[in-house]
Write a new protein. Sequence first.
Length: 295
Amino acid sequence: MPIQAPRLPKAGETIHGHKFFIGFGGKGANQCIQAARLGAKTAMVCKVGKDFFGDNYIQNFKDYGVNTDFVGQASDAATGAASIIVNDAGENAIVIVAGANMLLGSEELHKALPAISHAKVLVCQLEISPQTSLQALRMAQENKVKTIFNPAPAIPDLDTDFYRASDVFCCNESEAELLTGSPVSNVEEARQAGKELLKRGCGSVIITLGPQGCVVVEAQGSASIHVQTTSVKSVDTTGAGDSFIGALAFYMAHYPTMPLQEMACRANQVAGVSVQTVGTQTSYPLKKHLPAELF
Ligand SMILES: Nc1ncnc2c1ncn2[C@@H]1O[C@H](COP(=O)(O)OP(=O)(O)OP(=O)(O)O)[C@@H](O)[C@H]1O
């Protein structure tokens, strides 16, 4: 729920803002919807509250053609929400209430097992309990389903089992920095961080670098590749990383033999379109609006 205001209010203060709007989000939902907009058959496994926001959240998935059979509604917790205040300088103050997200656990995953085990790709993040994410990744691997893990929001003491459960470990610069403990602010540093993360046991690593595209690090010992992207005029980069991951999941599902570097190159192009329009899910391109050579 973003609010635009001239400045951030002080404790106890009431001020007038410019604008208020409600947008759907959550990393998992964004990634799922980008994949669906490219033509992937998608299902979401998550938990919302039995409330107004939860009902609208489910309808939003349905509007995008996402299967909601595994979207549970908790009666004892509210739908996860974020209150975001952005001032005229572009600085923000954010309060996230995870709510029902934290109630997603083993029971729900077991109900979703038929969908998980028949999927081509499973994508997980850290906006639910980390142990639930890890369990889902393991369930996918046991069923030979490819996994993409997006360690966001990053936690410094990430369980090392997450690396082993990730076919593709995909994060942005600040997440890579937190996980490796080394600065990641340019291509060279991203290459080093990618190599370090790869050593921890994942199949491959992608570190996204905003307008500089991404770095792809595959199999131990092989060179890292900087996949540059086309320069575009960006107006709102919110959710660009999720657009990239949703697109990557689409390519992994639809073109399983395509080299990862080529998938990353195409995901760069998709995410590059998303930054040219205001909004998050609404800025994600549909297949019909993208050049045919991306498919
Ligand atoms: N200004 C830009 N021009 C072109 N492509 C961009 C730009 N910003 C982002 N992208 C594309 O989006 C991808 C993800 O961007 P970024 O690395 O900023 O992710 P992020 O930090 O997770 O984003 P956010 O937190 O804003 O969702 C990049 O790898 C690139 O493909």
